[in-house]
Ligand binder design. Structure first.
Ligand code: BGC
Length: 732
């Protein structure tokens, strides 16, 4: 009887309509029912908006916040109070929040050097937490553009030259950031790989307002000519992963024209690839000044323009004019507003209270510790002659610290510039770690002879050298002689190296630089732009409290002549505002490998303070288009250390004219092992790993043939290999 009654009640409950589940600040409108899907909720709200209200939602309402002042937001989209639609706030960016002071994290190039998904999560979560504490709903990050040239003024904002690494670091970052409630924004879609060259390159300095933009191949006007296979295999996969694997909420379309059409009105990029092929259902917003004209933007997939100050593409008069002249019909406006609302519903924006701007909510010390941890995983040891590092405190009486960057906060400029809440310089941190009894002598390096004198009388000399990168302007060269206002740091290193055998060079650069003096110094650490925890992280790595965890996310060349565009202005920076990506898929190490150029330090390279041994490679097939490869790695040294085994594949060419890079990164693992310990590493190879973009078939295809499987400690140090045939191909 009791059972029957319970069953009856349950049946009646099932028939009853669900009670509206209103939450957060949404109110009791029909669209506040959280039992409904985001699509249904967006449709209900859309239905209630007037035409003017809809048009007002296409454009942002703040021209000032982009300056990054305290208490501001990089972007604001006013809501519709009549219907309880709240205002949406946006902030930069990839290194940290850009409104007033914040915690600068190690720059993305450093994060990529960590080859560590866990640290990417910590990075994303820390920035997202600060974005929320400063009242933002959307964070403009990460930047997943591929580093095509290290001259790029925004090299430091990228995850380097490899699409797989960029994709995996980006996915981990976005997932963690979005898990906090903030909405991610993957940028800049797509093929934004240079700022442009010009005489201004040497002018811009840290702390100064960005100078006039570049004149040659400027990102604002350049037309990037790039074939579809190269797009699909090199420049798009990290965006694809952000959409498919991380469910990123928003995408920022970029400044340049791509094959003739501005990215923010480009139907191939925004409709065909993003929506149709990848199934993106968030919203697309324009980079600041990247939206040009209302009609084509409405028709080709731009949902929102946060900053109309330059072209006013989505300001109401422009949108009205486009509609009145029949350039677009109102259904396009509905489509874009629907996409924005749907995203806001899907990511919980209505169903929580507004985030409140209050720095007091930020646990600043905890965030500096997070930055320090990531930096320890990012610092890359490039050279270590006769175990110069780690420094042995007890054997030292004096340390010379040379170069002004040892004593200041070093980072890049532009929209990824973040001013720290707090910062301990490398000099302070090293003094503290060295402790009493070790004299630390600082010289700013402005006079090389004087600095050499300090080095001569010290047990060890640590020379700091930095480049300066900023949005708006590419570097004039990738040596440490650019920019000239930082002095000729190559000459400084050479001179100091003549005075002391034990020279450690610490590079604080946003990407690859030339190292012509590398044979004359004892050790080199690449610290990137190290973020708020940079000083202590460096001190801990120098003294061996932790192993340097980084591996290069971009090739360090011997000479700039080794790049595919060297001596060819059509290939960089472009001629008559047209840049041709002539090297196709052979970007970064793919090019160096194919050409047989020996780099100074290859992609994936970095040393440890301990030693590792690899066991034999086992390959097991999984179905016709897959395999699992496995092997063991053992720490055979005497210290705890970090190793990054990397999986590369060499794909067979499917036929003439389809060149395959000798090796492509397909997986990696970050291992931390105590002395004597071993770990089994498994890499899974799936159909996509074996595929190339077949232009004729307009899709991914697997070529029949023999595939080379390589396990590397870098892209050039392959320690285990095997061959496998797929799709009926033959090996041997
Ligand atoms: C940059 C974007 C940035 C925006 C807002 C643009 O100049 O390209 O990355 O998010 O400014 O600061």
């Amino acid at each position: 009887m009791l059972k029957a009654t319970v069953a009856l009640i349950a049946a009646l409950l099932a028939l009853a309509p669900p009670a509206a589940q209103a939450a957060g600040r949404c109110g009791d409108h029909l669209w506040c029912d959280t039992n409904l899907s985001p699509d249904a909720r967006a449709a209900l709200l859309l239905d209630q908006l007037t035409e003017d209200e809809k048009i007002s939602l296409l454009a942002g309402d703040d021209y000032i916040g982009v300056a990054g002042g305290d208490g501001t937001h990089t972007g604001t989209s006013d809501g519709v109070p009549r219907l309880g639609l709240p205002t949406v706030y946006f902030t930069d960016g990839p290194v940290g929040v850009r409104s007033g002071q914040a915690t600068p994290m190690p720059v993305p190039m450093g994060l990529a050097a960590s080859f560590d998904r866990k640290l990417a999560r910590l990075h994303g979560k820390t920035i997202a937490t600060e974005a929320i504490a400063k009242g933002n709903d959307v964070v403009y990050a990460p930047t997943v553009n591929i580093l095509r040239t290290p001259l790029w003024g925004r090299a430091f904002e990228t995850f380097g030259e490899d699409p797989y690494l960029s994709g995996r670091i980006g996915v981990a970052w976005i997932r963690a950031a979005q898990s906090t409630g903030v909405i991610g924004n993957v940028k800049h879609y797509a093929a934004n790989n240079q700022e442009g060259a010009g005489p201004q390159a040497d002018e811009s300095r840290p702390g100064q307002p960005v100078g006039p933009p570049s004149t040659e191949g400027s990102r604002f006007t350049v037309d990037v000519v790039v074939d579809e296979r190269t797009m699909r295999e090199i420049y798009l996969p990290a965006f694809e992963a952000a959409v498919k694997d991380a469910n990123v909420g928003t995408v920022m379309c970029s400044y340049p024209r791509v094959n003739g059409t501005y990215a923010c009105e480009n139907p191939f990029l925004l409709k065909r690839v993003l929506r149709e092929d990848w199934g993106f259902n968030g919203f697309v917003l324009a980079d600041y000044g990247a939206a040009h004209v209302a009609g084509p933007s409405l028709n080709n997939g731009l949902d929102f323009d946060p900053f109309g100050a330059i072209f006013h593409a989505y300001e109401p008069p422009q949108v009205r004019a486009a509609l009145a002249t029949g350039q677009a019909d109102f259904e396009r406006v509905n489509e874009h507003v629907r996409a924005i609302l749907r995203t806001l519903f899907a990511y919980g924006f209505f169903d929580r209270e507004a985030f409140v701007y209050d720095d007091e909510q930020i646990d600043k010390r905890k965030h500096v510790r997070a930055a320090r941890r990531i930096e320890e995983g990012a610092i890359t040891l490039l050279r270590n002659r006769e175990k110069t590092l780690p420094l042995k405190r007890r054997k030292l009486d004096s340390i010379a610290l040379i170069g002004r960057n040892a004593d200041e906060f070093t980072t890049g400029g532009g929209s990824a510039n973040v001013r720290p809440f707090m910062f301990q310089s490398p000099r302070e941190a090293i003094e503290k770690r060295a402790g009493d009894g070790v004299e630390v002598r600082f010289d700013d390096g402005s006079d090389a002879e004087r600095a050499a004198e300090v080095a001569r009388t010290s047990d060890v000399a640590i020379v700091f050298a930095a480049d300066y990168q900023t949005e708006f302007i590419d570097r004039r060269c990738i040596s440490l002689q650019c920019p000239p206002w930082n002095g000729d740091q190559d000459a400084l290193i050479e001179t100091v190296a003549g005075a002391n055998e034990r020279i450690v060079v610490v590079l604080e650069t946003g990407g690859p630089v030339l190292t012509p003096w590398r044979g004359d110094v004892a050790a080199i650490l690449e610290a990137w732009y190290p973020g708020a925890g940079g000083g202590p992280a460096l001190a801990r790595v120098l003294f061996g409290d932790v192993d340097p965890g980084g591996r290069l996310p971009a090739t360090f060349p011997k000479t700039e002549d080794h790049y595919p565009y060297a001596g060819d202005p059509e290939a960089y920076p472009g001629v008559a505002e047209r840049v041709e990506y002539k090297e196709g898929v052979l970007v970064g190490y793919r090019w160096f490998d194919a050409q047989g150029h020996k780099p100074a330090y290859p992609f994936g390279f970095g040393l440890s303070y301990t030693k590792f041994r690899y066991g034999p490679l086992r390959v097991r097939r999984r179905g016709s288009d897959g395999a699992v490869v496995s092997f063991t790695v053992r720490n055979v040294g005497r210290r705890r250390g970090v190793e990054v085994p990397q999986l590369y594949l060499g794909l067979p060419s499917p036929g003439e004219g389809v060149e395959q890079p000798p090796a492509q990164l397909k997986d990696f693992r970050k291992l931390k092992l105590r002395p004597g310990k071993r770990k089994r590493v498994r890499f899974r190879i799936d159909a996509r790993d074996l595929s190339y973009w077949n232009v004729d078939a307009d899709g991914w295809r697997i070529a029949p043939g023999c595939y080379e499987i390589m396990i590397g400690r870098s892209s050039r140090r392959i320690v285990r290999t095997a061959e496998e045939s797929f799709r009926g191909g033959r090996c041997g």
